[in-house]
Design a protein around this ligand. Structure first.
Ligand SMILES: O=P(O)(O)OC[C@H]1O[C@](O)(CO)[C@@H](O)[C@@H]1O
Length: 392
């Protein structure tokens, strides 16, 4: 267990990364939404109000008729009526996305009910040249040695996390892939022993989800998993996060491509039909809370996993705590609450990071680059809670 908790990252510090997400990225995202859909003046007005509220106002409640009014009333109890600028980054960003769904009428009776506001962006990403190239390259996979396949599928799942649409909305966010700051595919595989149920907590749709499905296929094919549970978001979230509708869309796309991508798509489709793969969408995956606070039913479910794979930046923030940890804080210490062996595959896109050695952290800081937030670095970190960290 770590000593005194590090300070929470908040959105109220002008010029900080979290502040810029609210003051620069969100306005750009809303502009993009209004270009992607012919929203009427009512929706456009509500989106503009949301921007005003979240950048300079106080936290307003969800409408009384919201289906999740009760749960959010509890999650927001301490914050309602207080300034947004006092809120933690994790809480504020999550509530922002929930309020955005309210603004576009996602839950209300009416024409926009159930329409995913981010679907056009996810669709464009899935059909982009970049994704097409990555999926075509899969044809080489069956010809690789077993060791190279092990390495390739993990690297693809890590770097697939670069494809994050919320992230791309900041100018110049797409950093070059500089490298892993800690861990590698061996760290990943060191957690796997006898076949067991593997849980993968997904992040983004499109290219990242396709890479995750390749990893799942490989886990089943090599007997590292006897069953896989894929956790997705119950509703649209953080722009590109995968929902069940996205899983089906990506699978149809893969099957339509043929080649190895098509074969992976077909095997995954069959796995879903025969129960070797299951998809879940627990409401907690859209909660503004750290995994430390997960409810009992989800905790029990993840406790049954032989390994849980946590994808992406947001899952990492929720796993280790979205705090200004010293970068050398041991990973195993901050995930001691987690109910199963856990491995994080993440491209760094926000300020939090743990588990680095002193020399690496110092060398990265010395570059003067925004290595924590530019998306140019990634990590693989594994731990068996209650035991020693597996990371090197
Ligand atoms: O899709 P990912 O990898 O979870 O990244 C989402 C990240 O993007 C941001 O919205 C902005 O960088 C972060 O706040 C968040 O952690």
């Amino acid at each position: 267990m770590v000593g005194p908790e590090a300070p929470l990252i908040t959105i109220g510090v002008p010029g900080s990364f979290a502040w810029k997400v609210f003051h620069e990225r969100h306005p750009a995202m809303i502009e993009q939404l209004c270009a992607a859909f012919p929203y009427g003046a009512d929706v456009r007005g509500r989106l503009a109000d949301l921007l005003r509220e979240t950048t300079g106002g106080v936290v307003e409640p969800l409408g009384d008729d919201a289906p999740d009014h009760g749960v959010w009333a509890a999650w927001a109890a301490d914050r309602l009526g207080g300034p947004w600028s006092d809120c933690s980054f994790l809480w504020a960003e999550s509530y922002f996305f929930r309020r955005l769904l309210a603004a576009v009428g996602y839950f209300e009776p009416g024409p926009w009910r159930g329409i995913d506001p981010f679907a056009p962006m996810k669709e464009a990403e899935l059909r982009s040249t970049g994704t097409a190239e990555v999926l075509a390259a899969l044809d080489a996979l069956p010809r690789l040695s077993e060791a190279d396949r092990d390495d390739t599928v993990v690297r693809a799942a890590v770097w697939g996390n670069q494809a994050d649409l919320a992230f791309r909305m900041s100018a110049g966010a797409e950093g070059a892939a500089a490298g892993l700051v800690t861990g590698d595919s061996q760290v990943f595989w060191s957690l796997f022993g006898e076949p067991g149920p593997v849980h993968l907590v997904a992040d983004n749709s499109a290219g990242e989800l396709a890479a995750d499905l390749v990893l799942i296929d490989h886990l089943l094919a090599t007997g590292r998993a006897d069953r896989v549970v894929l956790h997705v978001k119950p509703t649209p979230y953080y722009v590109s996060d995968a929902t069940l509708a996205d899983v089906v869309g990506v699978l149809r796309h893969l099957v339509g491509l043929g080649g190895e991508a098509g074969a992976v798509g077909q095997r995954t489709w069959d796995g879903l039909r025969d129960g070797r793969i299951e998809v879940r969408a627990h409401p907690f995956f859209c909660a503004p809370l750290e995994y430390r606070a997960m409810p009992t039913d989800l905790r029990a479910e993840l406790a049954s996993a032989s390994v849980t794979i946590m994808k992406g930046d947001l899952n990492y923030r929720r796993l280790v705590g979205d705090r200004y940890w010293p970068a050398t804080t041991p990973f195993a210490d901050v995930v001691d609450h987690f109910p199963s062996p856990v491995v994080a595959l993440r491209v760094l896109k926000s300020e939090v990071v743990v588990g680095l050695d002193e020399a690496t952290a110092a060398a990265l800081d010395a570059t003067g680059d925004s290595w924590r937030t530019s998306g140019s670095h990634a990590l693989v970190q594994a731990a068996v809670p209650g035991g020693a960290a597996v990371t090197r």
